[in-house]
Design a protein around this ligand. Structure first.
Ligand code: MN
Length: 247
């Protein structure tokens, strides 16, 4: 990619932060990253701050050790190792969203209710969603956060070849072959979780078959520009409004 295309990718990463905040996937916490296509051992991620306030100047470049590559002493996210370790292991992953989005958390703690795709917009969830149990690594007294390379590697192992991993009592991490697909998946896995909780109150659920999950994923993810453009314009308008209200 030339410099202009890299600038565009970073602009998109800023938009991804605003979109995921505006759509209720990220709040003051959680983060989204994208791999540097010119140096596949590096990725871009905001400094330690609320995603809804991220601007271009807040984006930093990291290496696979989870460290900032240029001389920049600004505070970084404690859980950046989620990103560095997944990028190291999964060459097919170009973007990652780590969130605590609310409706997914129940599925991380109720083992008898596995998260499964029930709606044609969420076929990417696939047939199996693993749950990362941090106690297996840290014992019973951890702060539940992925704050080291070892924990990031362990989470990556739980993720396996899947598109997302739930993190018990914490949230989820979603991966994708592009930034726009990562945003789409992070939004629609939250929607699917909401629908699954609602449907479970009505009765037994008919989930997508494996073939339906695969076919719907291919169709929908070929159209990610449409929701992206809508979410982006809505997020920018909303941010303008609430920034003017608080100043
Ligand atoms: Mn977290």
């Amino acid at each position: 990619m030339n410099n202009i295309e890299i600038e565009k990718l970073i602009d998109d990463l800023v938009s991804a932060n605003l979109i995921l905040f505006n759509e209720g996937v990220l709040d003051a916490f959680g983060h989204v990253s994208v791999r540097n296509p010119n140096n596949r051992d590096h990725f871009f991620l905001a400094r330690n701050m609320a995603p809804g306030l991220v601007t271009k100047g807040d984006i930093l470049e990291f290496n696979m050790e989870g460290e900032v590559v240029n001389d920049d002493s600004r505070k970084v996210y404690l859980e950046r190792y989620i990103h560095s370790e997944i990028y190291r292991e999964r060459g097919d992953v170009e973007a990652i969203v780590h969130s605590h989005s609310h409706s997914i958390v129940p599925f991380s703690v109720v083992k008898s209710a596995p998260l499964k795709p029930l709606c044609h917009m969420s076929g990417f969830i696939g047939t199996h969603v693993p749950i990362f149990e941090i106690r297996d690594v840290t014992g019973n007294d951890s702060n539940m956060l992925v704050t080291s390379k070892a924990l990031g590697a362990s989470l990556t192992q739980s993720l396996g070849k899947n598109t997302l991993v739930l993190m018990r009592g914490h949230g989820s991490t979603v991966v994708a072959p592009s930034l726009k697909q990562a945003v789409y998946r992070a939004i629609y896995v939250e929607v699917n979780a909401q629908l699954q909780i609602q449907a479970s109150r009505l009765g037994p659920i008919e989930f997508l078959s494996e073939g339906e999950a695969r076919a719907t994923q291919i169709t929908n993810e070929g159209q990610v520009d449409r929701p992206w453009n809508l979410w982006k314009s809505r997020a920018i308008k909303a941010q303008k409004y609430w920034l003017s209200e608080v100043s």
